[in-house]
Design a protein around this ligand. Structure first.
Ligand code: CMC
Length: 391
C-alpha cells in the first residue's frame, strides 16, 4: 500500500478506459462512438443510436430491423409484476417505483448473463430495452390509477412510449408524430454521457458481478437525485415558482449567488462542461420548434430564456463557467408534450438506458476489477471499550 490520493467526488480520477463516448468539456464537444451528437440528433433514431452505443457500430438496415423485432419479443412483462406495482401507494414517486420494479425483474430473470457469450448478452440487452420502457410507463399509469397498457407490435419504440403512457380503453389514442420525433431526439441526447454519477454506479454495482438488471436498478436510483437527472424536475419546479412570483428572475439569481442560501440555479453548471453543454443548445432550439409547432405559448419558456440571458452575463456565473446544462430546457419540452413533471427523470432514465447497458457491457468484457476506492481515515485513534454502565 502506497500513499493514497484524495480525490473527493472523483473530480480528477479516470476510473476506466472506454471507447464509447468522447466528451471535451472545455470545448463543449460530445460524440458517441466518434459520431457527433448534433448529427446523431438530427439524422438518427433512438434505437439506432442505442445499437451504436451498445454494439459499437451503426446497425445495417437488416440488423436494425432484427433488433427492433428482438426487443419487441421481450416487451411482455411478467403478470406477477403487477402485484408488486399494486403494493405501492399511488403517491409514490415514479423514480422510486421504476428502480424497485427494475430490481424486481431480477426475480423473474434470475439467471446471470454471461457477458462473454454474445448470444446471451444480446438477448439480455433486448430484454432490458423492452421491459424497462414498459415498466417506466407503468409507474405513471399507477399514479393515475389507469389500467396498465401493453406494447403494440405495430408501432415503433418511441411511439409505443406515448401509447403505453396515454392510451385509454375508452378513447382510441394516436400519438402526434411531431411529439414522437421530439421525444426521439431527446432520448438520443440523453443516451450516454461517459462516467456520470448513474453510469459510474452501474459500473460499480456491476463490477461485483451483480447482474445487469440489478446494476441498472442502482443506476436509476443514482439518477433520481436533484444534482443529477432529478434536476430536470427541479428546473421546472423552479421556473414555475419564479412564474408564480411575478417572473422575478433577478431575485432567484441573487439567491443562487448567495453562499448562505442553499438554493442553486437548477439546470446550470456541470462537472465536466466549462462551456455550453452541446445538448442544451440542441434542446433549446428544439423547445422553440416544438412549442411553436404545437402552438403552445408557455410563459415558462420566456422565464427560462430571461434567466439564461441574465446568468450568462453575470460575473458569478461567468467566472465559475456555469452554463445551462441538458436539464435546463428539456422539462419545457416534456411539459409541452403533456408529460407530468414527476415523470421527467423517468424520461431521462429511458434515454440513458442504452448508455448504462453499453458501459456495463464494456466493463464486463474488459474484465474490470471490482470497484473499491480507498479513504483517508480521520476518526479516533485506538480507544479501549467502555462498558455501558460506565458511559
Ligand atoms: N447555481 C449556483 N452556483 C453554482 C451552481 C448552480 N447551479 N453550480 C455550481 N455552482 C457554484 C458552486 O457553488 C461553486 O462555487 P464556489 O466555487 O464559490 O464554492 C462552483 O460553482 C463550482 O461548483 P461545484 O459544486 O464545486 O461543482 P460540481 O462539479 O461539484 O457540481 C453540479 C456540478 C452539476 C452538481 C452543480 O453545478 C449543480 O449543483 N448544478 C445544479 C444541478 C443541476 O443542474 N444538475 C444537472 C447536471 S447536468 C446532467 C445531469 O447529470 O443530470
Amino acid at each position: 500500500s502506497g500513499a493514497i490520493t484524495l480525490d473527493r467526488g472523483y473530480k480528477n480520477s479516470g476510473s476506466c478506459l472506454s471507447e464509447i463516448t468522447f466528451l471535451d468539456g472545455e470545448e463543449g464537444i460530445l460524440r458517441y462512438r466518434g459520431y457527433s451528437i448534433e448529427e446523431l440528433a438530427e439524422k438518427a433514431h433512438f434505437l439506432e443510436v442505442s445499437y451504436l452505443l451498445i454494439f459499437g457500430e451503426l446497425p445495417t438496415a437488416e440488423q436494425l430491423k432484427q433488433y427492433e423485432t428482438d426487443i419487441r419479443k421481450y416487451t411482455l412483462v411478467n403478470e406477477e409484476m403487477k402485484n408488486i406495482i399494486d403494493g405501492f401507494p399511488k403517491t409514490a414517486h415514479p423514480m422510486g417505483v421504476l428502480s424497485a420494479l427494475t430490481s424486481a425483474l431480477t426475480a423473474f430473470n434470475p439467471k446471470a448473463v454471461n457477458p462473454d457469450n454474445p448470444k446471451e448478452l444480446y438477448e439480455s440487452v433486448c430484454k432490458i430495452m423492452g421491459k424497462f420502457l414498459v415498466i417506466a410507463t407503468w409507474t405513471y399509469r399507477k399514479t393515475m390509477g389507469y389500467p396498465l397498457n401493453y406494447y403494440d407490435n405495430t408501432k415503433g419504440y418511441v411511439e409505443n412510449f406515448m401509447n403505453l403512457m396515454f392510451h385509454l380503453p375508452t378513447e382510441p389514442y394516436k400519438a402526434n408524430p411531431i411529439i414522437v420525433d421530439a421525444l426521439d431526439k431527446l432520448f438520443i441526447l440523453h443516451a450516454d454521457h461517459e462516467q456520470n454519477c448513474s453510469t459510474s454506479t452501474v459500473r460499480m454495482v456491476g463490477s461485483s458481478h451483480a447482474g445487469l438488471f440489478a446494476s441498472i436498478s442502482a443506476g436509476a436510483s443514482a439518477l433520481w437525485g436533484p444534482l443529477h437527472g432529478g434536476a430536470n424536475q427541479a428546473v421546472l419546479e423552479m421556473l414555475e415558482e419564479i412564474h408564480a412570483h411575478g417572473g422575478d428572475t433577478e431575485k432567484y439569481l441573487a439567491k443562487a449567488k448567495d453562499k448562505d442560501d442553499p438554493f442553486r440555479l437548477m439546470g446550470f453548471g456541470h462537472r465536466v462542461y466549462k462551456n455550453f453543454d452541446p445538448r442544451a443548445k440542441i434542446i433549446k432550439k428544439a423547445a422553440d420548434e416544438v412549442l411553436s409547432t404545437l402552438g403552445v405559448d408557455d410563459p415558462i419558456l420566456e422565464i427560462a430564456k430571461k434567466l439564461e440571458a441574465a446568468a450568462l452575463v453575470d460575473e458569478y456565473f461567468v467566472s465559475r463557467k456555469l452554463y445551462p446544462n441538458v436539464d435546463f430546457y428539456s422539462g419545457i419540452i416534456y411539459r409541452a408534450l403533456g408529460i407530468p413533471t414527476d415523470m421527467f427523470t423517468v424520461m431521462f432514465a429511458i434515454g440513458r438506458l442504452p448508455g448504462w447497458i453499453a458501459q456495463w457491457k464494456e466493463m464486463r468484457i474488459n474484465k474490470e476489477p471490482i470497484g473499491r476506492p480507498r479513504q483517508i481515515y480521520t476518526g479516533h485513534a485506538f480507544r479501549g471499550f467502555v462498558p455501558v454502565d460506565k458511559r
